[in-house]
Design a protein around this ligand. Structure first.
Ligand SMILES: *Cc1c(COP(=O)(O)O)cnc(C)c1O
Length: 408
């Protein structure tokens, strides 16, 4: 079949799902708009500051805004976080003490988090070096073992780590209702155990966020969903006031916490990016749904399927051969607004066992809310596709990738 006909057919099929995505985006847009109105955000909050930046109104207002949107007691939103991993690690190092125990309830965590924890492989400066013990509850058929929670979470467990997104694996992403059940099971096993959600890629995919359903603290990256494609760098932590405070002493220094830290560059981008985030997340979700429909029709396994519930913006497609994986990533790169002339090559990325290929022709370096694709060179040669600032762009690039694959 001609790609043009196929495109029209898939666009028909995705309509009901796009409508649901638009509805979620509208609810989240209203939530942000109302918060910005109630907190009287104004031009004065978009100015940078210098030095210690005591009483920086840009920083303080943004923290207030995030706390309100997430229905949390306190927030720490900073471009001083170099990435999502930094924000997540700051929570763990902020709360955990020697001899404490951490458990992961969603199987093996995201690769960079394994390095922070230090139990899967040796890593300098890890939690393990500080005497924090660690255990993992394996997933069952890609799902959390709810019954297993009461066995793994004991009176000794200080923090339970729960990863919302599939990350780069074939497991399911968690829906907010799943997070609610998991948090309830943790609190039943040990009311003092802190429920900590890795919220990366999950923001604004649904109308509620983890703190509303029992999470004590959550963290994520500003160059994913919540930065709306405009945030130049950074991370956030929101949750219970006492826990966010502990994290703030790890970000800066004991006694200093959240009271210092200059708003560098153009703080407006963090506000404007947040305002755009529900819409941009919707664009990314539509791109993922379209890719699932198209590639499934072309005979590839996709995870999730077109109509499946989604708790994150990631779309996995099993491409079956290394040639196809490479061709897919090259096509995405070729149809990117930035560095379109570069041809991605598989490389030995630190922390990964197999070679990895990545396509990211993004305005913000490595921003995966912008259209990007990557995958490890091992069977089933799955490509992980995410982002898309506009559905139109993502669709064009996805169609081009399908065209390239048809030539192999
Ligand atoms: C992106 C991501 C992180 C953090 O990655 P950074 O590249 O450091 O921002 C952590 N966990 C998950 C599930 C992620 O998707």
């Amino acid at each position: 079949m001609q790609t043009v006909d196929l495109k029209q057919q898939i666009l028909e099929e995705v309509k009901p799902y796009f409508r649901q995505i638009d509805e979620v985006s509208e609810v989240n847009t209203l939530k942000i708009l109302d918060s910005m109105r109630e907190l009287r955000v104004s031009d004065a909050h978009f100015k940078p500051s210098t030095g210690y930046a005591y009483g920086d109104i840009s920083r303080e207002k943004l923290d207030e805004l995030y706390a309100k949107i997430f229905k949390a007691e306190k927030a720490l939103v900073r471009t001083q976080f170099v990435s999502g991993t930094h924000a997540l690690a700051t929570v763990l190092f902020g709360i955990l003490r020697p001899d404490d125990e951490l458990v992961s309830l969603t199987g093996a965590p995201y690769d960079t988090m394994q390095t922070v924890i230090g139990h899967a492989h040796e890593s300098k400066g890890s939690l393990k070096e500080f005497g924090v013990s660690y255990r993992e509850l394996p997933l069952i058929d890609g799902k959390v073992d709810i019954d297993g929670i009461k066995k793994i979470v004991t009176s000794k467990t200080k923090v339970a780590l729960i990863q919302r997104s599939r990350g780069y694996s074939m497991r399911d992403s968690l829906m907010i209702e799943d997070i609610e059940k998991i948090c309830a099971a943790v609190k039943k096993a040990n009311p003092n155990c802190v429920t900590f959600i890795d919220n990366c890629y999950g923001e604004f995919v649904e109308t509620r966020e983890p703190v509303e359903v029992g999470a004590d603290i959550i963290a994520g990256s500003l160059i994913k969903n919540i930065g709306g494609g405009l945030a130049p760098t950074g991370g956030y932590i929101v949750g219970r006031a006492d826990l966010v405070e502990l994290a703030s002493y790890r970000l800066t220094a004991p006694g200093m916490g959240d009271e210092l830290g200059a708003s560098l560059g153009d703080p407006r981008l963090l506000y404007q990016g947040l305002f755009l985030a529900p819409h941009v997340t919707a664009q990314a979700l539509k791109s993922a749904v379209f890719a699932a429909g198209l590639f499934n029709r072309l005979g590839y396994n996709t995870h999730p399927l077109l109509g499946d519930k989604r708790g994150d913006i990631i779309q996995a497609i099993e491409l079956k051969t290394p040639e196809k994986l490479i061709a897919f990533c090259r096509a995405i790169q070729k149809y990117s607004p930035v560095d379109s002339f570069a041809a991605p090559e598989p490389w030995d990325m630190p922390g990964y066992e197999d070679q990895v290929i990545m396509a990211a022709g993004t305005f913000v370096q490595g921003a995966s809310i912008e259209l990007s694709a990557d995958g490890p060179l091992r069977p089933p040669y799955a490509v992980y596709l995410q982002g898309g600032l506009t559905f139109e762009h993502a669709m064009l690039a996805i169609l081009a990738a399908a065209e390239e694959l048809s030539k192999l």
